[in-house]
Design a protein around this ligand. Structure first.
Ligand code: SF4
Length: 357
């Protein structure tokens, strides 16, 4: 049996951040019945995994014992990567030691910024010092694979404040950084509030900030390997690589997605239903997941691996279409591999459409 990825969606948050459209609830009394439902579903699928990812929501709102009980239900392959997203405000050194003993070996902190004004605008419950302390605590607790999420182009962010955040961030004992541009989702308080728009950087500033972050991270040993992801050598997220390489993964928990036997499915965004059902409902979202078009699109997100033109049908045609993009500095070639440059990442959707339509 070949191990797969396992994504566990933990749908709890202390309070909702105004920009976020991930599914979560603030009723923390439901964490125990939720944990039992997760274990039930893992057992039914007989999950065998070489990567486990607790995402959310705020997984660090589960107790270390609950995390341990969930992991005990999974058949875990030797050397597996087990990641947990943590909110900097919800961890103590004891908690971090306990989850390390439970098997978690990679932490991903939702830091977003190290500027207190920006954090306030984002509605986060932590400040910059708490974030710095959390990374240090994790390191002292024994974690040697720590990632930070960073948000670019947020309200009131400037090149200067972003520079300060990056300056402080690269001094922390991190192995990985995910840098996402703020996207205004319609069904969020941000999306319903027009007054936020004038506070956001314009298109040119957005591009400058992204390229600046790519450069600054590279100068400090965080090599870009995906449009929004940067890692020190050997510390790429093995779990997330499965998504971009169209490899299989289970998805457990409300709003979690799975990809098994070529079929993509999603569990409804309904915690009560997830808890009360013997087996989670999974709705088919795509019958032919991982087809040629999807594989091409996803592999082009990988800025180090890229798309191997020798391994796909129509490679010559794509190669021809890529020539003007290479000349424009938006793509590059490495042997049979074709990948986006940092400038190309800024217009990745347009490039992908030009290559595969
Ligand atoms: S950004 Fe994170 S902490 Fe904030 S509501 Fe979304 S999942 Fe919860």
């Amino acid at each position: 049996m070949i191990p797969k990825g396992l994504y566990i969606h933990v749908p709890f948050c202390v309070r909702k951040c105004p920009y976020c459209d991930f599914y979560s609830e603030t009723d923390l009394t439901l964490t125990q019945p939720y944990t039992e439902a997760v274990i039930r579903n893992i057992n039914q699928r007989n999950c065998y995994a070489d990567t486990v990812y607790f995402g959310g929501g705020t997984p660090s709102l589960l107790t270390a014992k609950q995390i341990e009980n969930i992991l005990s239900a999974v058949k875990i392959a030797d050397g597996a990567e087990i990641t947990m997203e943590c909110n900097p405000n919800t961890v103590t050194e004891k908690y971090l030691r306990d989850i390390l003993s439970a098997g978690v070996n990679r932490i991903s902190f939702g830091i977003q910024s190290l500027d207190d004004g920006e954090l306030k605008m984002l509605g986060r419950i932590h400040d910059s010092q708490t974030a710095v302390n959390a990374v240090q605590l994790a390191y002292e607790a024994g974690f040697r694979n720590i990632s930070a999420d960073l948000m670019l182009c947020t309200a009131n962010q400037t090149m200067y404040s972003l520079g300060n955040t990056l300056e402080k961030l690269v001094k922390l004992p991190l192995t990985h950084v995910s840098a996402y541009m703020l996207k205004i989702e319609p069904d969020t308080p941000y999306g319903r509030n027009d007054s936020i728009l004038p506070l956001l950087p314009d298109e040119d500033e957005t591009a400058d900030m992204y390229l600046f972050a790519v450069k600054k991270l590279a100068e400090n040993g965080f090599e870009q390997y995906e449009i929004s992801n940067f890692a020190k050598d050997g510390f790429e997220s093995r779990h997330n690589l499965k998504y971009w390489r169209c490899e299989e993964y289970y998805g457990i928990g409300p709003s979690a997605h799975s990809f098994i036997d070529g079929v993509r499915r999603a569990c409804p965004k309904n915690l009560q239903q997830f808890i009360s059902q013997e087996t989670q409902t999974e709705l088919v979202t795509e019958e032919n997941g991982g087809d040629y078009e999807e594989q091409t699109m996803l592999s082009l997100r990988l800025t180090k691996e890229g798309l191997d033109l020798d391994k796909i049908s129509g490679g010559d045609e794509i190669s021809n279409r890529a020539k003007p993009l290479i000349n424009a500095g938006l793509m590059k070639r490495d042997g049979s591999r074709l990948m986006l440059t940092a400038e190309g990442c800024l217009v990745s959707n347009e490039i992908i459409c030009r290559l595969i339509v």
